[in-house]
Write a protein of this length. Sequence first.
Length: 362
Amino acid sequence: MLRRPALLLRDLLVNRERPDLGSLRREEDPETFVWRILPHAARTFSACIALLPEPIARPSAVAYLYCRCLDSYEDMLPEHTQRQEALRNFYRRLGTAPVTTAPAAQRLSPELARDERDLSHVLLVNRSGLVDQVFFNLDPAAQQIVLDLVHGMAEGMIWSSQIFARQKGVLASSDQLRRYCGYVLGLPTIFAARMMSLHYHDRSELTPGQRQNALLAGEMVQLANITRDIEKDLRRGVAYHPDLEPVLGVRENGTPAEQERVRRVREELLLRALRLAPAYRRFVQDLRLRGLNFGRASAILMLLFTDRYYRSCAARLGRPAWDGPQSGLGVILKSLPAVVSPRWSERILLQVERSFLEFAEN
C-alpha cells in the first residue's frame, strides 16, 4: 500500500526523454529494476499498472516489459528474418509454466538506438535477466498468463512484419487494422482481464463475449497511439491506412495537400476509436469488480488517459473537444474514487462514452 503512491508519484515526475541510464545500469535488485525501468518502457500504462493490487501489478509489470523487449527487436533489428528469429527465440526461451530458469535473451547493440529513449529500451533487453528473476517468482498460473501474452504478441508482430513487407509498408483494409490492433493492445487487454479474473474470481479463462469486448477495448486504446504517431510512422515507411500510401516517406511537414490527406485519415481513425467506447464499458463491466477495488480504478485510469489524448486529438484537428482533466495528476485524482465506489466507476464510463459518441455523431 505504501509503495503505490511512491510509484504513481515517480510516474508523474520521471523524465522519459532523459532517462538516468547510468543508475539503471547499476541497479542489481530485480524487483527494484522492474519498477524503475517500467516508466521508461511504458507511457500511461505504467501508472495504470502501479495502481493495481500487488498480485496483479507484478505480473503486469513483467508482461509489459517483456512486450517492450519484443517491440525493441521489431523496431531496431534491420533484417526481416533477423527480427522474426529474435521474436520467436525470446518467447521460446521461457518454455512453459512453471518456469524457474531460462537462457539469456538476445542482446541488442546500443548503436541501433536513435535517441536516449531507445537506449533505455536497449538497456531493458540487455538486462532482461533481472526481469526474468521476478517472472520466475510468480505463481505458475500467473506465469502461464504472461507466457500466453508474450507468445501471442510475438506471433502478432511476425504477422505484422510479414504483411507490411508484402504490402510495402501499408495496411490495406479496415480488417487488417483491426487485426493489428488486436495483436498490439487487444491481447494485453485480454491479459489484464485474465489476471483480474484470476485474482478476484479464482479463474483465468474468459468467455467469447469477454474476449471480444477486450479486443475492441484494446483497439480503442491502440488507435490513440496510431493517430498520435501518423507523421512519425510515415517517415519510417509505415501507414496504417491505405489512403496514406501516397505520402509514405514524406518529409516532416509535407505539402498542403499531403497535410490535408493526413488530417482526413487522422479524423477518420479518431471517429472509429470513439465509436468503440461502448465496448470499453462492457469490458469493465465484464470484470465484475466489487467492493474496495484498485483494479477497477486502474481500468478507469486507462480510460481517462485515453480520453485526455482523444480530446487533444480533436483539438489538433481544429474541432472543439469535450471537457476533462488536462494534467496527469488531474487524471489520477479523478480515477481514485473508483477504488471505493462502483457507482463512480459507472458514472465515468457512461460520461466518457457519451462524450465520445456525441462527438463522433456531430
